[in-house]
Design a protein around this ligand. Structure first.
Ligand code: NDP
Ligand code: MG
Length: 401
């Protein structure tokens, strides 16, 4: 008689476990049985090595990796006696991503997430994609990586997760449009003159969602929506003209798909990333999660309005990048990351972020052509260098006045 083998727990890794997406992912995993139900292989972070070590110990991870080589000693000593491996640096992140897992959360912020996420995709893991920069900068390559590896691509960004939930792939020919909702951020009602003097703290105070600082500020400038338009084009293979944006201040309708018969299907829920994360973790099953249930009587109303592309030029920049294709997304994103950091560091004003991205896009030709990983990194780096020069020029001018 042969013994019945026990089903193996699903193996997972979380890249960016110390961030907002990462912590929410671990919270979902905890609710769904923690280390009894899942085998946690790699957890990663950067500066917050104390939290990373605590997470690794609590969830019995095999390895904890910090992206910052200078934090290796701190991580190693925080893990002393636990038997958990410690590693540091960007090569270590990629090595961790090459470990065989069933499911991998891509929750690193920014372009730094591309290399490990591509490695995990090539290795064949299902990719729960929060890091939108992967698709914005290297959409085609990323799809190729997923195809090579044979895993599934499961969108976590709330809008794209919503679309995934209501996009009828059997009726793809009758999908007319995708309608991304946007809260409008904290400055929805401010004039351009008022926006010129806002501080990073004001910009990071998102009205509905609790997220990392960078994405919160990107929501205030609507660069987050700009990235999401490009992300949606790649994820759902849409023409740029099929992607619309509507302001919906309550953030309850997470996005919609419009069909050729006039029907519009929407996904609604409380603004809580755990729904999208849980959906991507147990897809196609739906998990039981302790998120707030919508009370429609209490909500009373849902508002929608057209975005103002004059005050939020990031949306037009996204359309430009989508129409040009090729490396335009990498250029837009690289310039945006530099401008965002310069705004956070007080070097430039809020409105100057879009000016810098527009100038970088004007100056760097980004036409079509085959896109290789080297070309993506080169476009990203050229955009960053130019954006940095523009930031320095502006800072020097403002010091002189
Ligand atoms: P956070 O800033 O909260 O977390 C970022 C994570 O990435 C942390 O673990 C951080 O480590 C790590 N990290 C930072 N810089 C690097 C680097 N250079 N190399 C490797 N790791 C790094 O971001 P969020 O969780 O808000 O966002 C993560 C991604 O998910 C972003 O791409 C964002 O656009 C996307 N997203 C987020 C949503 C949200 O609700 N937060 C919603 C939809 C999409 P440490 O903190 O230890 O320094
Ligand atoms: Mg989003």
């Amino acid at each position: 008689m042969t013994e019945r083998s026990q089903p193996q727990p699903r193996s997972i890794s979380i890249f960016g476990s110390t961030g907002s997406i990462g912590c929410n992912t671990l919270d979902v995993i905890d609710h769904l049985g923690g280390s009894e139900a899942f085998r946690i292989r790699a957890l990663t972070g950067k500066g917050n090595t104390d939290l990373l070590a605590r997470q690794a110990i609590a969830f019995g991870a095999e390895i904890a990796v910090t992206a910052d080589e200078n934090r290796y000693g701190a991580l190693k000593s925080a893990l002393a006696g636990s038997g958990i491996e410690a590693a540091a640096g960007s090569a270590a992140l990629v090595e961790a991503a090459e470990r065989d897992v069933d499911w991998c959360m891509a929750g690193i912020v920014g372009m730094a997430g591309l290399a490990p996420t591509l490695a995990a995709a090539n290795r064949g893991a299902d990719i729960a994609l929060a890091n939108k920069e992967c698709l914005v900068s290297a959409g085609e390559l990323f799809h190729r990586g997923i195809e090579t590896g044979g895993g599934r691509l499961l969108p976590v960004d709330s809008e794209h997760n919503a679309i995934h939930q209501v996009f009828d792939t059997n009726q793809r020919h009758s999908v007319e449009r995708i309608i991304l909702t946007a809260s409008g951020g904290p400055f929805r009602a401010l004039s351009a003159a008022e926006m010129a003097s806002v501080t990073p703290d004001m910009a990071a105070a998102h009205p509905n969602w609790s997220m990392g600082t960078k994405i919160s500020i990107d929501s205030a400038s609507m660069f987050n929506k700009a990235l999401e338009m490009i992300e949606a084009m790649h994820l759902f293979d849409m023409h740029p003209d099929q992607i619309e944006v509507v302001i919906h201040p309550q953030s309850v309708v997470h996005s919609m798909v419009g069909y050729s018969d006039g029907s519009v299907l929407a996904q609604l829920g409380a603004p809580d990333m755990r729904t999208a994360i849980g959906y991507s973790l147990t897809y196609p099953e739906r998990p039981d999660l302790p998120v707030e249930r919508l009370d429609f009587a209490a909500l009373a109303r849902l508002d929608f309005e057209a975005p103002d592309e004059e005050r939020f030029p990031s949306l037009a920049l996204a359309r430009r990048a989508m129409n040009s294709g090729g490396l335009s997304g990498a250029v837009l994103n690289g310039a945006k990351e530099v401008a965002l950091e310069a705004f956070i560091d007080g070097e430039i004003g809020f409105l100057e972020m879009a000016d810098i991205v527009a100038t970088v896009m004007d100056r760097i030709g980004t036409g079509g052509g085959a896109v290789s990983i080297d070309a993506v990194y080169e476009a990203d780096s050229t955009a960053r260098i130019l954006a940095r020069e523009l930031v320095s020029g502006r800072s020097a001018r403002s010091l002189a006045t």
